[in-house]
Design a binder for this molecule. Sequence first.
Ligand code: 2P0
Length: 323
Amino acid sequence: MNQATARAGANIALVKYWGKRDPQLNLPAAGSISITLAGLETRTTVTPDPTLGSDRFFLDGVEQSPGRVGAMLDLLREMAGETTPCRVDSCNNFPTGAGLASSASGFAALVTAGARAFELEISEDRRSGLARLGSGSAARSIFGGFVEMDAGELEDGSDAVAHPLLAADAWPLEVVVAVTESSSKAVGSRDGMNHTMQTSPYYPAWVETVAADLETARAAIVARDFEALAEVSEHSALKMHASMLAARPGLVYWNPATLACLHAVRALRSGGVGVFFTVDAGPQVKAVCLPGEGERVVDVLRGQPGVHDVMVTGLGAGAGAVA
Ligand code: 2P0
């Protein structure tokens, strides 16, 4: 056992994951496709310490209940035949819990650091499956660039893992994040997803149509066809939000600034700029741009009423150890 540190980038889904086929094993009802980001990352250090009575977890320096982090450590300890408690120190370089996918980079970094701390020789596939148990979207952050998550068919969930589609430098898109609210969201993804599954009449239609979107997005990525990727990505995001809006009571994650940004992005695209939007379970807007277009999009989104902050980043590598 050793102290080990790992980093992982946040990821943004272009074809969204929303709904589970098995809540216990955290298996998605459908696949998803994402891009892993370079500039929004989590760094996590796992320190096995026999003097601790139980696991301790610090997020950005503030102690939290170990919860799902402790459950992940239990799995890693069981695989390693160990029982030693750990201290986990995790830091995000972006706001936590505000729809910027901190659980994705968080669990990808935790699994990667934890596997190293317990000297487990495990494949990226296996790490992706473990990360999924912590958070569905985390399975994708194990890999860099363009990534596809498979829903899988097996009951034990062993085929519900992600795999890379295209390396980051093969199509170096830029991502502009417009922060329209910096506090944590009212309804977390997991609760929002369950509520949508249970009460939205649009949920079955959502699940039935994801496979076609995956096929379109996959083909667009392989062909570097930005227009096709823009069309299917905006469709997937709006369709996911439509399923949430139709829940009872409806989930409204957007604020006026969210909507202002969506219209601004569409106006830019109509004017010939290579950009499209996506929105997750929160009010932030992510604008995905052709290489070189990011700065122009930053200027426009910064000028939208209600936008607090704008960040630009590129696509990045998968989760990895930090020496
Ligand atoms: C996604 N989201 O594909 C979608 C779009 C949010 C909206 O994956 O319950 O925190 O831990 O598996 O991974 C956020 O959901 O959910 C998410 P759990 P997770 O990025």
